[in-house]
Design a protein. Structure first.
Length: 74
């Protein structure tokens, strides 16, 4: 997955679950990198991810995905 990081930022691969996913994470779905724009809590620990492109992805509490997380350097 090739995500351009802004100058002064670090990109790192992290394993995310419904508990640890954050807005701004990039998740590869169907060969495309999609950025998480919003999160909605669902029953039983599941979450619905709304990507900035408009697509939705619902993940179960035990789902594990690899995401690229951009962090700013201090």
């Amino acid at each position: 997955m090739s995500i351009p990081a802004p100058v002064g930022a670090l990109a790192s691969n992290v394993e995310v679950t419904a508990t640890t996913v954050r807005c701004g994470d990039f998740i590869q779905v169907g060969g495309r990198a999609c950025r998480v724009g919003n999160l909605f809590q669902l029953p039983n620990g599941a979450k619905q991810l709304l990507f900035e492109s408009g697509e939705l992805l619902t993940i179960h509490a035990r789902t594990r995905l690899i995401a690229v997380r951009i962090t700013r350097r201090r």
